[in-house]
Design a protein around this ligand. Structure first.
Ligand code: 2YJ
Length: 273
């Protein structure tokens, strides 16, 4: 999994890219609506302001990423939740969040980024949130995926979740990965297609979820392609930007928002039943 850097996320707390306007122009829905849809909470009337979140800075491994916890907290606040970064780090920070009575504790080390729901002892993670969020974005931007051909680039954690989610949405999924065995595992598991050549995959598709750390030369992109692209590094040249209909990417927010709302959904459903 690619490690984020302080410069990648520096614009997140101030919402420099204005994610809502990007999402609204591509999908007709804003971040909050996409996250509710991704969490299966559309139309339930869930009150996100009833949830409190603690974000715990984690020093293990390569350590704190400047601005990471503040970015996560800002994203969660934009959804309407109450959020604070704990003053302690690591285990002391987790304890602080629990003692404060927070409903959700969010924290990331170099391997996992999780949201833990203290009301029902369940957690959800960022790979799933990212795959679900970007799949919903592609679904909405394409005005539905049933029977449509979708290319997933990358068969890692996010790509594997995305393959399953997009298939469940009714798409005809083709996956490509530079490691053939990874792609073929998904073929065996989900009955999707494998395309060894990313170039050919891109030539044959106008709906693409890119979950790989790959920079795609514009000349490979088919005119009118919708890219839902969590992959970092994120770069499209001017030819790629000209050919693509939409390129939807942000460094942290879509995955984080979906995992926070997923986590709220655990206790919302439990308490409603
Ligand atoms: O608390 C901190 O500041 C750090 N321990 C954060 C570490 C963030 N983790 C990563 O960048 C991981 N590679 C996973 C991030 C997944 C985002 N899609």
């Amino acid at each position: 999994m690619t490690r984020l850097t302080a410069d990648l996320i520096e614009g997140v707390p101030s919402d420099k890219i204005n994610l809502d306007s990007l999402l609204l122009s591509a999908t007709g829905r804003n971040m909050r609506e996409i996250a509710l849809e991704a969490a299966g909470l559309d139309g339930t009337g869930i009150d996100l302001s009833a949830y409190t979140v603690s974000v715990v800075p984690i020093t293990s491994g390569l350590g704190i990423i400047g601005g990471f916890s503040d970015s996560v907290s800002a994203i969660v606040k934009r959804l309407g939740m109450d959020s604070e970064v704990t003053s302690n780090t690591d285990v002391a920070g987790f304890s602080e969040g629990v003692e404060r009575g927070s409903d959700i504790i969010m924290m990331a080390d170099d391997k996992r980024f999780v949201a833990y729901n203290t009301r029902c002892n369940r957690f959800t993670d960022n790979a799933y949130g990212t795959a679900m969020g970007y799949s919903v974005v592609l679904h909405d931007a394409a005005r539905g995926l049933d029977g449509k051909d979708v290319l997933v680039i990358g068969a890692g954690f996010v790509g594997s979740h995305a393959v399953r989610i997009l298939k469940d949405m009714g798409a005809n999924v083709t996956v490509t990965d530079i490691i053939r065995e990874k792609g073929e595992r998904l073929v065996a598991k989900y009955g999707v297609k494998f395309e060894p050549s990313m170039e050919k995959g891109l030539a044959d598709h106008t709906l693409v979820l890119n979950a790989a750390p790959v920079i795609i030369p514009g000349e490979l992109i088919s005119d009118g392609t919708i890219f839902s692209t969590p992959g970092v590094p994120h770069y499209f040249d001017s030819e790629g930007r000209r050919r693509a209909k939409f390129i939807i990417h942000d460094p942290l927010e879509i995955g984080t928002a979906v995992m926070a709302v997923n986590s709220a959904g655990f206790s919302f459903r439990q308490e409603r039943n």
